[in-house]
Design a protein around this ligand. Sequence first.
Ligand code: NAD
Length: 487
Amino acid sequence: MTARHVPDGLPTHLQHFIDGELRDSADGTTFDVLDPVSNETYATAAAGGAADVDAAVRAARRAFDAGTWSERPARGRARVLNAIADLVEASDTRLAELETFDTGLPITQALGQAQRAAENFRFFADLVVAQSDDAYKVPGRQVNYVNRKPVGVAGLITPWNTPFMLESWKLAPSIASGCSVVLKPAEFTPLSASLWAQIFTEAGLPQGVFNLVNGIGEDAGDALVKHPGTQLISFTGETTTGQLIFRNSATQLKGLSMELGGKSPAVVFADADLEAALDSTLFGVFSLNGERCTAGSRILVQRSIYDEFVDRYATRARNIVVGDPHDPRTEVGALVHPEHYERVLGYVEVGKTEGRLVAGGGRPDHLPVGNYLAPTVFADVPSTARIFQEEIFGPVVAITPFEDEADAVRLANDVKYGLAGYVWTSDLTRGHRVAHAIEAGMVWLNSHNVRDLRSPFGGVKASGLGHEGGYRSLDFYSEQQAVHITL
Ligand code: NAD
């Protein structure tokens, strides 16, 4: 086995960034950060508590009230956002190297995520300048217009999958809108988030607009949700955590954006372009180590092509290259953390009692150490199975046959989640009909992974609340005050 790759200059201690300063926790506590290839502690991180969150929220409020950012004209904010994008782009290789080390994502895919992060800032820079607001005239009587203003201090709570990119998807629209923010990154993967402080400072974001508090969700995250100084919470993570945050925000009636879990179906009809459907459904659950919210983790295949599909899918899955995340040939790296790895392995064992194992099913022989799992495929999985119903969030897929269109739609919708869906058919009328019938916030028809950033992103049912994307994101971070004038 190759030795693990350790990035040059890897930090051994990660701090908070509060009011323009790197700081440890007020009570000095820390937590350990592991890399998923060796599962050894490579750094400690400051473990934030209520006092640290309070300091960060107060700093954010002071910066907001100072008005140097919250009242800056859109063009001025856009310049800073573009400078951030330039800096992210210029350090994409370093970012990818650190992200891969911390998360176990294949390096080629981590690089793509770093570039997406830069693009998110560029996109919201453009959007905030192009934004217009409504005005109405009632002839001879009155004029009404919308006075848009940033809400205030936003708490941003993010998960460990593609952490830097998902942080950018909240940071870019919140600061573009003029809010000040406190980011609480996931405790499994705090490394890449530590780069934001320097990037924002260098790009000219005023002190105190961006603050970062590391820590455990139940401590730092909980304090951020309950702090009376945060008007908004934008959360991405598990559905159960989202439900808890919802309850904890209720007394203060906070604005909430919730991007939660998924168990998305890929529906393959007999008339589909089989080659394209195979490529896409393999990508859909095995890219990003299967640790992807929109993973097509249930594949529903029409009975007449079912056996051929399963054979070809299993053969391709067995050929996926699992290995050192830093090796550019690697297609599936190491799962993020030993706790998550154990959880995924638990599902693989459950799957062996619920379906027919046709690929993978455990640790690859050539990788005795680290959180590695061979791409795992179960066929003949009934809709009652736990591996059909529950989000596994790893390289594990359930394949289930269906008879006809009605059966396909029934199976697709027979879970509590509703994040994404994928439909493969050459009958476009049916394609649209099925896409519309699937209970999901986003459906891809004969395609995957293409998305214009102006379109809505979000889930229905247990997959989320509210939509991000384009102006929807800017609206979330803005008050839209109506001003009425009598003529
Ligand atoms: P998680 O819910 O365990 O943690 C997410 C974040 O919430 C972390 O920063 C964590 O520290 C924090 N947190 C935990 N408990 C908290 C509490 N009581 N109060 C406040 N904050 C708390 O999720 P995870 O395991 O990090 O991420 C994986 C999940 O995220 C999966 O379910 C996945 O589908 C989902 N996800 C959804 C999307 C989407 O856009 N819908 C995108 C990515 C990931």
